[in-house]
Design a protein. Sequence first.
Length: 258
Amino acid sequence: HEVEIDDAWLRDSGPTFVVGDAGLGGVDWVFNGWGDHTAFDWARDAKIAQYIIDLTGAELITSNLVNEGGGITVNGSGDVLLTQTVQLDPGRNPVASALEVESEIHRRLGTQRAIWFEEGLWRDYQEHGTRGHVDMIAAFAPDGSVLLHRQFDTQHPDSKLWQSHCETLEGAGFKVRALPAPRVTKDNSGWVDYSYVNHYVGNGFVLLPAFRDRTDDHAIDIMKDLYPDRHVTNLDARVLFAMGGGIHCITQQQPALP
């Protein structure tokens, strides 16, 4: 099946699939181009989630919350990670409180606890940015810990985020594992947000972004330890990151039913 869309970031414009007693469901969030972003056209993207849900035969679950798949991270045990500058962005949900956002997300995803980061990576607030998507910051690991992006270069603006993000996660009772940023810190547009956190876990494999950097191999080793039953590989993702996203952003999985 083929259908025209405005941009390739199906993680954000596509449905969020959920599995329950009734079978497969697809949450159709309101999509408004990452907060009515003037850099994007998004009229066709706003309709793609329902198209995919209809195509898969999943139950349509509608929501009035402006949200994107890259703005949420769940562990399947009731926890969801969010960023204040995304769901509480005036361009997305101008009158919603944090409690109202949490209530709607819990109602649609079946989660029970929300953990909020204050902000995302620096580049994500520039042109082509999402204003703080969590899938660049943190990802749950199979052992229940959280993989957290860490920028070691103190000149990079993202280096200041590690302590506050750690405190947020450890305060919620999570073990934190650092996923180091690559050594390269700039491209032609300035500070980069290269992040191995933005990876995709598929059936039998884990696909990491690569940046032609020495840290690429270290990231693979970390993921091999966490996913011993999967083939871990990578793909040069610098072009994707230059346009505001990564491997996770450009993919969207449909879970198999038990």
